[in-house]
Design a protein around this ligand. Structure first.
Ligand code: FES
Ligand SMILES: [Fe+2]
Length: 323
């Protein structure tokens, strides 16, 4: 297991409900640990993916009697508490007390399965649009990335790259200036408001305009942006599965209270294109881990959100993904 207490004691999205429905027994790599995720009668379970008999992956087995997991090797069978209740080679024998797999907490939220390997001190990040039917929600991803989760989040919080990496979509090279703005560390995380950039066609009218974003880093690996506007509202919740220190899956929920007739596949394709523009940039960054010492790398006013993010991670004692 990756030895970072901040992340061990945090909730992480590991799959969406559809994936679990399709796979029944899922093996997920989380913080360097193999985790079995399965469900029975509407409850979700997350266990160490390891049979205590001979260390076989339980995810290769099957669900039996609707509410038990059977190991594929010698058929040891575990109940929903992770306790072995049946050893086929010795059907008369009560399984030893020690025959229990390691269990973790799991829950569903925002259509994802969230797992913690420890004792969470914080709830899953809020996503205010989720329960508001005025907002259409579109899931983008999963995007697997050969990158550290903190580098992916920092890229999401970075507006200065829009004119270069997303030229013609989120910015233009002729108007790369970033006006100064405020960024603060609040009890709820990092908050930056009025982060402005010029975009060639922000409202689908064919006319360019300067738009402003609100950015939040809510948990170390969950961030949020809101396109500031009095009318149509567009926001994104980004959340990361940290498989390894370098090796992640990114998920995005887009929420919008307009464009209800726009085909979902077009909206996803738009996000896919943007994400694929970011990918080679983020995967190329060295060090792969995010330097939390502000003396490392160079910071300008337009990097205020990233500076806050690094400071905030440092203050909470994150060691994962830092160099
Ligand atoms: S290894 Fe699982 S039953 Fe033997
Ligand atoms: Fe980007």
């Amino acid at each position: 297991m990756i030895n970072d207490l901040v992340l061990i004691n945090d909730w992480h999205p590991v799959a969406n409900m559809q994936q679990l429905h399709d796979k029944k027994l899922m093996s997920i790599r989380l913080l360097g640990e193999d985790v079995l995720v399965w469900s029975s009668q509407g409850r979700i379970y997350a266990w160490q993916d390891l049979c205590i008999h001979r260390g076989t992956k339980l995810s290769l087995g099957e669900i039996v009697d609707g509410d038990k997991v059977q190991c594929p090797y010698h058929g040891w069978t575990y109940n929903t508490e992770g306790r072995c209740v049946h050893i086929p080679a010795h059907p008369e024998q009560t399984p030893p007390d020690k025959a229990v797999v390691k269990t973790y907490q799991a829950q569903e939220r925002y259509g994802f399965i969230w797992v913690t390997l420890g004792k969470p001190e914080h709830d899953i990040a809020p996503f205010p649009e989720w329960d508001n039917d005025a907002y259409r929600k579109i899931l983008c991803g999963p995007y697997t990335m050969d990158a550290c989760g903190t580098r992916i989040v920092e890229n999401f919080l970075d507006i200065g790259h829009f004119p270069f990496v997303h030229e013609g979509i989120l910015g233009v090279k002729e108007r790369p200036e970033i006006e100064d703005y405020e960024s603060e560390i609040t009890p709820e995380g990092v908050l930056s408001k009025g982060v402005k950039v010029y975009q060639p066609d922000p409202y689908g009218t064919g006319l360019g305009d300067t738009v402003a974003y609100t950015y939040r880093a809510i948990r170390p690996l969950t961030a949020y942006l809101l396109k500031e506007s009095d009318g149509p509202s567009f926001s994104i919740l980004l959340t990361i599965t940290p498989h390894e220190t370098v090796g992640s899956t990114a998920w995005m929920w887009m929420a919008m209270n307009y464009g209800h007739d726009l085909p979902e596949n077009e909206l996803i394709a738009w996000q896919d294109e943007i994400f694929e523009q970011d990918r080679p940039i983020v995967e190329s960054q060295r060090p792969e881990l995010l330097p939390l010492d502000l003396q490392a790398e160079l910071h300008l006013n337009s990097d205020r959100t990233a500076i806050s993010y690094r400071k905030w991670l440092n203050e909470m004692g994150l060691t994962f993904g830092t160099a």
